[in-house]
Design a protein around this ligand. Structure first.
Ligand code: NAD
Length: 504
């Protein structure tokens, strides 16, 4: 089927799975072709400029808010308990959809769904998490006190956590099921209603995720999904009825969304891009290093905000680290995500593949030593494949060191000391994650103290916080105050209201 004859990807508005309202005469009516990156075959068309659908989604969410926010929190969580079960029932179906539209291996796709379900489970704790605080008898109401006993005439104070209203979520391509689940389950558990705008590159599993929520009994309008591109994002971020914006994506867009939303008076949390360093100390457990660094640099084809992109080998660690990495990475089988024995799938689209190839070209031009060339890896000729690449003897100032690649390229640097490695890492404009491999508690402690990042791994290649912990980086990797997940999410999706009361 030709791309243009494919049906448009549905929206989910007011409980109905519907086609987007085609863009009006005031817009160009552009579309984006969703592809299976393993075959380059088109599998859907996304309406990019459907402002009218975006408006309908916000209206539906605003209409649903009074009843949903008045629903007891325990009842709201009953829906989430059911939804968890529905996700378990449809676990393999969702993972298969991720493989098809994103290109992950089946194992990685299952991880995407599992970590998303963790967030639903965490949101089930909303009755405890959203409890307020009370301080009785903060003062005595002496004017109404007729007895010596003042205990019955005191003034009490309470802080309640109350929902905001309509919240908005804008998500990237690299975790199609999990990142939306970072946002909307906790938002609605707190009593808000929600509009989700998933990545135009991977909208199909998000539509199914939202559809399953309705099969689990979510009332219409509480959760809505609208597809689209930048024009839809900008419209939603400025909408009068939207109170809060959660964004995950690249730094440039994160900064733009943060500025747009906060200028319009919204609260915003915007997770951006990353350039993550892993420090390999000579005393590290070598097997743990190789397993951890391979998984971090090449898992999800390097398309993770927690991908280890630069490894700094300290002292003589490079002597064993570089040859052992080459040996391990050469064995990774590059193929479609559902192929038996596959270790790495394709990258998301031809533009990404070309960008990554451009980075490899630049590394060679800048004088880095090409240990393994992903351009020459055995891989399918169809689809958006690029093999794992390793550079050694990289230096600051090279593009492969200074910029986010978001692909399967590991750049190795060599330094004499831990402090020199830390200095290199901390000069990055990003600060998402930093990792150290060592058997020394002193080194580990020095690293965790001095690393200017939001997430630290000690002998762990991908230190992804579980849903009960906050998730976000520092510096250009994050714009906002309250991080995703954990108690930060509860605070982000609620407002505090203080009550001071006395009874005569
Ligand atoms: P992206 O910034 O291109 O897109 C993210 C979202 O923003 C999409 O929904 C997209 O439609 C929208 N968008 C794109 N351009 C826009 C514009 N000009 N104006 C308004 N909206 C726009 O990101 P991506 O390529 O989908 O995802 C990869 C990026 O996400 C990487 O940089 C990665 O590091 C980052 N990421 C960060 C985290 C984190 O927690 N820090 C997690 C996952 C991914």
């Amino acid at each position: 089927m030709s791309a243009s004859s494919l049906p448009k990807v549905d929206q989910f508005i007011a409980g109905q799975r519907i086609q987007p309202v085609s863009a009006g005469p005031d817009t160009a009516g552009k579309t984006h072709s969703v592809i299976n990156p393993a075959t380059s075959e088109s599998i859907g068309q996304v309406e990019l400029d459907s402002i009218r659908s975006a408006e309908q989604a916000v209206q539906a969410a605003a209409l649903a808010f009074p009843a949903w926010s008045a629903t007891p929190v325990g009842d709201r969580c009953q829906f989430l308990f059911k939804y968890k079960q529905v996700l378990e029932t449809h676990f393999e179906e969702l993972a298969g959809m991720i493989v098809r539209e994103h290109g992950k291996t089946m194992t990685e796709a299952r991880g995407d769904v599992r970590r998303g379900i963790d967030c639903v489970e965490f949101a089930c704790a909303a009755p405890t998490l959203t409890m307020g605080k009370t301080l009785p008898q903060i003062a005595v109401s002496t004017s109404f006190c007729r007895t010596e006993d003042k205990s019955g005439v005191g003034i009490d104070s309470t802080v309640d956590r109350v929902p905001l209203g309509v919240c908005l979520g804008i998500t990237p391509f690299n975790f199609p099921v999990m990142v939306p689940l970072w946002m909307w389950p906790m938002a609605i558990a707190c009593g808000n209603t929600f509009v989700l705008k998933p990545s135009e590159k991977v909208p199909l599993s998000a539509v199914r995720e939202v559809e399953l929520a309705h099969e689990a009994g979510l009332p219409p309008g509480v959760l809505n999904l609208v597809t689209g591109g930048p024009a839809v994002v900008d419209y939603l971020c400025k909408h009068d009825d939207v109170r809060a914006v959660s964004f995950v994506g690249s730094t440039k867009v994160a900064q733009h969304v943060y500025t747009t939303a906060t200028n319009a008076g919204k609260r915003a949390q915007c997770m951006g891009g990353a350039k993550n360093y892993m420090v390999i100390m000579p005393d590290a457990n070598q097997d743990a290093v190789i397993e951890g660094v391979v998984g971090s640099a090449f898992g999800n084809s390097g398309q993770r905000c927690l991908a280890g992109s630069v490894a700094i080998a300290v002292g003589n660690a490079a002597d064993w680290f570089v040859p052992r990495m080459k040996e391990a990475v050469t064995k990774i089988k590059v193929d479609a995500g559902d192929t038996p024995g596959v270790g790495m799938g394709p990258v998301i689209d031809p533009a990404s593949r070309d960008r990554i190839t451009g980075f490899i070209d630049s590394g060679v031009k800048d004088g880095a030593e090409l240990v393994l060339d992903g351009r020459a890896c055995p891989m399918p000729s169809r689809g958006c494949f690029i093999g794992p690449t390793i550079f050694d003897r990289c230096r600051p100032g090279m593009r492969i060191i200074d910029e986010e690649i978001f692909g399967p390229v590991l750049s190795i640097m060599r330094e004499e000391t831990l402090d020199a490695a830390l200095a290199n890492m901390n000069r990055s404009r990003y600060g998402n994650m930093g990792v150290i491999f060592t058997s020394s508690g002193y080194n580990a402690r020095r690293f965790r103290t001095l690393a200017q990042v939001g997430m630290v791994g000690i002998n762990v290649g991908v230190p992804a916080p579980m849903a009960v912990f906050p998730f976000a980086g520092w510096k250009q990797s994050f714009f906002g105050d309250l991080h995703a997940n954990g108690e930060d999410a509860v605070k982000f999706y609620t407002e505090s209201k203080v009550v001071v009361q006395r009874w005569m």
